[in-house]
Design a binder for this molecule. Structure first.
Ligand code: CUA
Length: 171
């Protein structure tokens, strides 16, 4: 059987297109910095966060020399704590849960962006260097106040962080 040269060309082109499509979908799912929310964690009781070890008192904790953990609760319409204060040059792991409905947690200017589901704990790590401010926004529609739901990540100098910690008001 004779196949026309043009037909061969289009056959080859369509196979290349299919491979590119598969490649781009795969890259989008497992590319650098892309991870699914782990489902290894036990679900927690969204209705009783005030009795939960991690979320009764939303806070930032130091867990290593330059390592911090932030326990954050998303609610209609905000984040607690707000602002989240961490020192410069640190690695911050956020554990985020929701007390009412599904929210989003995106730290603008970083690749941290996750869905926050009641009863689930989303975990996401960000490295910060220079002092500065990052907006935190909710990008899942969560009610009529969705568009005003925002928080702030404040990266402060090491000395300012110590001062604030001693003051005890932002910890
Ligand atoms: Cu919370 Cu949108």
């Amino acid at each position: 059987m004779h196949i026309h040269a043009y037909e061969k060309l289009w056959l080859a082109a369509s196979i290349v297109l299919i491979l590119l499509l598969i490649g781009s979908v795969t890259y989008g799912a497992v590319g650098p910095g892309v991870a699914m929310v782990s489902d290894g964690e036990q679900p927690i009781d969204a209705g009783a966060l005030d009795e939960d070890d991690r979320f009764a008192e939303p806070r930032v904790e130091q867990v290593g020399e330059n390592e911090y953990e932030a326990y954050v609760v998303a609610f209609q319409y905000g984040f607690n704590p707000d602002p989240i204060v961490v020192p410069e040059d640190s690695r911050v792991t956020f554990y985020v849960t929701a007390e009412d409905v599904i929210h989003g947690f995106q730290v603008t200017g970083t690749n941290a962006n996750t869905m926050v589901v009641p009863g689930e704990v989303a975990e996401i790590t960000v490295e910060v260097d220079e002092p500065g401010e990052y907006g935190i926004i909710c990008n899942e529609y969560c009610g009529p106040g969705h568009h005003v739901m925002e928080g702030k990540l404040e990266v402060v100098s090491a000395s300012e962080y110590e001062e604030r910690a001693e003051g005890g008001d932002d910890a």
